[in-house]
Ligand binder design. Structure first.
Ligand SMILES: *Cc1c(COP(=O)(O)O)cnc(C)c1O
Length: 339
């Protein structure tokens, strides 16, 4: 492999040695799957995924822990979430135990690309696609499960820097009773234009409101939303249009079980948020990002003097401490990859 400069890693795609691939033929089962050299795949222009968006993705990461082992965070949760999504999109789920095993094999086969402790992580992208050819709208006659990986730098290079967000008054992300609650590929391209527009105004990401009432906070582009008010944590309840983040779940459990904080999962009208003491968002890529400013219709609201608040910092330190085995893994969330 070409020598990587770990200090220069961002979030751009870097090719690695190997990818995992498995196929599911008509009327069959998933084949035994294999690691193959990373590279382009052949696909019919009539494939279900290309024409009708019958596809799902996952996002997870492997990193080097303090003790030098390579670890994953709650991989079975990603397996489960993809299986749920497969059910919704009428695709054959990839069995959960096989998913976790395949992720571990793919990471082990690319171990040279896992950044050293503290230098970032190996981002893991499992995908499930309808790859058989078909003309009319219907479930694809064939499926492909693939895992590729790419080394990425740490989201925060120097401490927890607050980000600036804007609530979109123009666009929604997902509809009630739709597919917002699964990582369906079709949910994401619609967010490109809203993100481009708000970035041109100097903001980092979009906050979406719920499509039914245009009132309640749903989530940020690809991360879940939290705020702290009067010492309690609040996060939008999972309505079906919000993606059930694994980081979200981890933060709720750390807050309740380790920090003894009250956590309220409920509808959060956006107006309430302007008075919050701390605001942050969570996801695999960012882990936990403090939100310093939220703008809406030209008005900016700043939180905690544009600094990460005390609960935000404690949650971040606890979560990343568990993930890197700097702290006791009290929930049994961390899994070692044998290399
Ligand atoms: C993936 C994703 C998240 C975060 O989920 P994690 O499991 O924490 O990475 C949040 N919102 C959306 C829309 C997502 O796609």
């Amino acid at each position: 492999m070409a020598k990587l400069d770990w200090d220069k890693l961002g979030f751009e795609f870097v090719e690695t040695e190997k990818m995992y691939i498995s196929h599911h033929p008509i009327d069959g089962e998933w084949d035994s799957g294999e690691l193959v050299p990373y590279g382009p795949i052949q696909i019919s222009p009539a494939a279900g995924v290309l024409n009708y968006g019958q596809g799902l993705f996952e996002g997870m990461k492997a990193q080097t822990a303090q003790d030098g082992t390579i670890v994953l965070f709650r991989p079975v949760e990603n397996a489960r979430r993809m299986a749920n999504g497969a059910q919704r999109l009428l695709m054959p789920p990839f069995p959960e135990e096989r998913f976790v095993k395949a992720v571990k094999e793919t990471v082990a086969a690319n171990k040279e690309y896992v950044p050293p402790y503290g230098k970032g992580s190996l981002y893991i992208r499992p995908v499930l696609w309808g790859t058989g050819a078909q003309l009319g709208l219907g479930p694809s006659p064939e499926y492909t499960f693939c895992i590729f990986v790419s080394p990425v730098g740490p989201y925060f290079k120097s401490g927890l820097e607050p980000i600036k967000l804007e609530i979109s008054a123009e666009y929604h992300r997902a509809a009630p009773l739709g597919t917002g609650g699964i990582k369906a590929i079709g949910n994401y391209a619609g967010a490109l234009m809203p993100a481009k527009k708000i970035k041109a105004k100097g903001y980092n990401e979009v906050i979406y409101l719920d499509a039914a009432h245009n009132t309640n906070i749903e989530e940020v582009g690809t991360s879940n939303f939290f705020c702290v008010k009067n010492g309690e944590l609040h996060t939008p309840r999972l309505t079906g249009s919000i993606l059930p983040g694994i980081t979200r779940d981890a933060v709720i459990r750390i807050a309740r079980e380790m920090m003894d904080l009250t956590v309220n999962e409920r509808d959060i009208p956006y107006k309430e948020v302007f008075n919050a003491d701390e605001v942050f968002c969570t996801g695999t890529a960012t882990v936990l990002a403090p939100i310093g400013t939220i703008a809406f219709k030209g008005e900016e609201h700043t939180f905690n003097n544009f600094e990460a608040g005390p609960r935000t910092v404690e949650l971040y330190n606890t979560l990343t401490g568990i993930q890197k085995r700097e702290r006791d893994d009290v929930f049994g969330w961390v899994e070692v990859v044998e290399v």
